[in-house]
Write a protein of this length. Structure first.
Length: 306
């Protein structure tokens, strides 16, 4: 048995001071005003701390965090998120993939997501996966935990004004196909982590994964057991029929979303994965912030069959 916790879209605040006003001569200016006029009231850092306590109390074997740790990609935001991750747990226990807000504007790897590199480093070699800790483009990477293979993808790339799309690109998709095939042949339960919703039509065009149709083709061809994502800040669930069974795609709300708003309150999902009589079985528990108690409580439970 293996237990996996999934959370996403921290949007950690408050925004730190920029080193220079020149830092705002870009898309960051829009993000800055969006945060101060609206988003700061939607994302409450203390909720994430309450979620951390709830996750720890359930003692999962591993934690998956699918992007948008920060807001407008200021260098000090990356540093603050790195400290937040260290306070949460070690890189061996937490796997991270970046989101579009983590690539809000171009930032050199060493000043940006490189601060989180230990949480995005693979430890299992496959034909299409990277394992180097200092790579600026280490995706896809694979982490082995018992008979579970966690595959990290990056759909994060700088975009223009008022656009929050993402893409994987031909090389990452090709490597993913090789990786999924290899892992299937070796008998792993495959968990794919990506920030953007993975299927066509799951997002407005200006926020969507541009090569979602190609990603769907890869999964249909090679199979996967779970695809976990964020980005939309809502509960999402869909199934892909593949050549090797069903691939379940599941998205979660923001980990800092307060109650009483248009979007669902913060939630995290727990997956209990086991092999039984030659097939994979997964039990899912949804833990959501309660408006009555201010604590995380079980909202629903369901089973997945592959």
């Amino acid at each position: 048995m293996f237990t996996l916790a999934h959370l996403s879209d921290l949007h950690l605040g408050p925004l730190p001071r920029a080193a220079s006003r020149r830092d705002y001569l870009s898309k960051r200016a829009i993000g800055y005003w969006s945060w101060n006029l609206k988003r700061f009231g939607l994302h409450v850092p203390e909720i994430a701390q309450e979620m951390i306590a709830d996750i720890r109390s359930h003692k999962p074997d591993h934690v998956a965090l699918t992007g948008d740790l920060i807001n407008i990609a200021l260098p000090l935001e990356f540093q603050a998120a790195a400290q937040w991750l260290r306070d949460f747990g070690p890189p061996t226990w937490i796997t991270v993939v970046p989101g579009n807000h983590d690539a809000y504007v171009p930032v050199p790897w060493a000043l940006g997501a490189g601060h989180w590199a230990e949480y995005m480093t693979g430890d299992l070699r496959t034909p299409g996966a990277f394992t180097g800790p200092h790579l600026e483009t280490p995706f896809p990477f694979v982490r082995q935990r018992k008979n579970i293979a966690i595959i990290g993808l990056s759909s994060a790339e700088p975009q223009g004004y008022r656009v929050a799309t993402g893409s994987l690109g031909a090389r990452q998709l090709e490597n993913l196909a090789s990786t999924l095939g290899e892992l299937r042949e070796r008998g792993f339960f495959r968990v794919v982590l990506i920030h953007h919703p993975p299927l066509p039509g799951q997002c407005p065009v200006r926020k969507a994964l541009k090569d979602a149709a190609k990603l769907k083709e890869v999964i249909e061809s090679q199979g996967a057991e779970l695809v976990l994502f964020g980005h939309n800040h809502i509960h999402m669930r869909a199934t892909i029929d593949t050549r090797f069974g069903k691939a379940h795609t599941i998205g979660v709300p923001s980990a800092t979303a307060r109650t009483g708003h248009l979007y669902p309150p913060a939630a995290w999902y727990q997956y209990v994965i086991r092999r039984h009589e030659g097939s994979w079985q997964t039990h899912v528990t949804v833990r959501q912030l309660s408006p009555e108690t201010g604590k995380f409580e079980t909202q629903t439970e369901f089973d997945l069959a592959n």
